[in-house]
Design a binder for this molecule. Structure first.
Ligand code: TYD
Length: 214
């Protein structure tokens, strides 16, 4: 039987560049000969992608309450974990996931003010107690995140999604929340300065990953 694969997650505020970095790390791991599955949250499964549509673009004028939002993200995670993540890890495939349980602690806990103990319990069920072996937090200021999002969406119609449209103080709580959350799990969550150019960030992430997992 092959050894269990490693589970790596990426976290960071909107516009941090974490999706680019997740793709680059997955490519670099594949180049060493490892089997790597790349997935994202919310999404990754048919059910998860439908949930992504729901949370990013509310279907009607009614606002999605924080509780429903929390459970929808958790539902996407529960499906992804059982359908793809756990089978891949068991088969020896590495999994690189763009956002995971920490996003709910930070966005719904620190951002929306939902009770963190309740979120921990929900996350334990959603993840079947699966902890990433390594989490890379790509940290940027709120200004940088906003600037990059504006550049990404330049020229698009109806560009910003529901989460990105939150007020500035929400994004401030998310950024500070990530840093506070990371301090509680120093062995698992490694914070990377995402203000630098993508090559420099990718290099630091590669060095950290090699040191911790390869
Ligand atoms: P993301 O995939 O990073 O967005 P994009 O591909 O548009 O850059 O994340 C989607 C949004 O959902 C993002 O604003 C963060 C939010 N989110 C939560 O609030 N809680 C969660 O548990 C997850 C997974 C995402």
């Amino acid at each position: 039987m092959s050894a269990r694969g490693c589970f790596i997650t990426f976290e960071g505020p909107d516009g941090s560049g974490k999706s680019t970095q997740a793709g680059r790390l997955a490519d670099r791991l594949r180049a060493t000969g490892l089997g790597v599955l790349s997935v994202r949250e919310p999404g990754g499964t048919d059910t998860g992608e439908r949930i992504r549509q729901l949370v990013q673009h509310t279907p009607s004028q009614e606002s999605l309450c924080a509780e429903a939002e929390t459970l929808l993200f958790a539902a996407s995670r529960a499906q992804l974990t059982r359908q793809l993540v756990l089978p891949a890890l068991a088969a020896g495939t590495w999994v690189v996931c763009d956002r995971y349980a920490d996003s709910t602690a930070v966005y719904q806990g620190y951002g929306r003010g939902m009770d963190l103990d309740a979120i921990r319990a929900i996350n334990r069920m959603a993840t079947a107690d699966t902890e990433p072996d390594l989490t890379l937090l790509v940290d940027v200021t709120v200004e940088t995140g906003q600037r990059r999002r504006a550049a990404r969406h330049a020229g698009e119609a109806a560009a910003y999604d529901r989460m990105e449209n939150q007020a500035r103080d929400f994004h401030e709580r998310v950024r500070a929340g990530y840093l506070a959350w990371a301090r509680q799990f120093p062995a698992r969550i490694r914070t990377v300065d995402g203000e630098r150019d993508a090559d420099a960030v990718a290099q630091e992430i590669w060095t950290m990953t090699k040191a911790q997992l390869l």
